[in-house]
Design a protein around this ligand. Structure first.
Ligand code: ADE
Length: 252
């Protein structure tokens, strides 16, 4: 049976998934707990990625080399880079860029040495399956499962799911100048976070299929840290839980 590595950037989300994990076996490697078991009849390994590109790369490498996962799903939150994207929307990653990578003058800004391109694409099958899982969540579970108190508090009215490019870097972006600079320097990036492109690079090098899904938690401006923990705990971790459940439940 296929084994799916599920990396979460939110401890709260991991806690919810862990409550459903059957035949749990825990292994500690490099200060991380890897939880092996079954979720809704699928072999999985769950792990908290920790934050930032180095932490996420190291966790990805362990999932691939020690746990021999066949595919990886990364889920977490992100800041919006585009004015049409709101808190509570979901982005399924198409291409991932490292916005803070710059080996100029040897290479053009953002180009990764040896790989020789700026972006790394996610796996097409997983991307579409995640999109379907997210659409099902919004159509079937959202209203019942996410408390209206929080939807009102965070002004989430008609959330949408989009496929698009994501930028990663080792900074929590919370000023509009920096946000605009990232958006303008890369092709069509919708959101910014701190791990996805690093996971993508490791998966690319090991030829392991990857999917990345992010719930928008802020606008990457000076308001970014307002209520961030409350949103992650009460809204984003619930979103991710149901999307992963739908993903594992989907037939194709
Ligand atoms: N994750 C969620 N919001 C973010 C932001 N504004 N910058 C970087 N990573 C994030």
């Amino acid at each position: 049976m296929k084994k799916t590595g599920i990396m979460s950037a939110m401890v709260e989300e991991l806690d919810i998934l862990l409550k459903h994990l059957k035949n749990k076996k825990t292994q500690t490697i490099g200060q991380r707990e890897y939880y092996c078991g079954e979720l809704w009849g699928h072999n999985v390994v769950l792990v908290f990625s920790r934050w930032g590109k180095v932490a996420a790369s190291s966790t990805t490498t362990t999932l691939i080399t020690e746990f021999k996962v066949d595919e990886i799903i990364f889920s977490g939150v992100a800041g919006a880079l585009d004015g049409d994207i709101n808190i509570g929307d979901v982005i399924v990653a198409e291409n991932l860029f490292q916005h803070d990578f710059d080996a100029s003058p040897f290479l053009l800004r953002h180009v990764l040495p040896l790989i020789m391109k700026k972006e790394i694409a996610t796996n097409s099958r997983i991307k579409h399956k995640l999109f379907d899982a997210g659409s099902d969540f919004f159509n079937k579970q959202f209203k019942e499962e996410i408390s209206s108190e929080y939807l009102e508090e965070f002004d989430i009215d008609k959330p949408k799911i989009l496929m698009g490019n994501i930028a990663s870097g080792d900074q929590f972006i919370r000023d509009s100048k920096k946000r605009d600079e990232i958006r303008q320097s890369l092709d069509n990036v919708l959101a910014v976070e701190m791990e996805g492109a690093a996971v993508a690079q490791v998966c690319y090098e090991f030829e392991v299929p990857l999917g990345v899904i992010r719930t928008i938690s802020d606008d990457a401006n000076d308001e970014a840290i307002k209520d961030f923990p409350k949103f992650v705990y009460n809204v984003a971790s619930q979103y991710s839980f149901f999307i992963i459940k739908n993903y594992l439940g989907h037939k194709h």
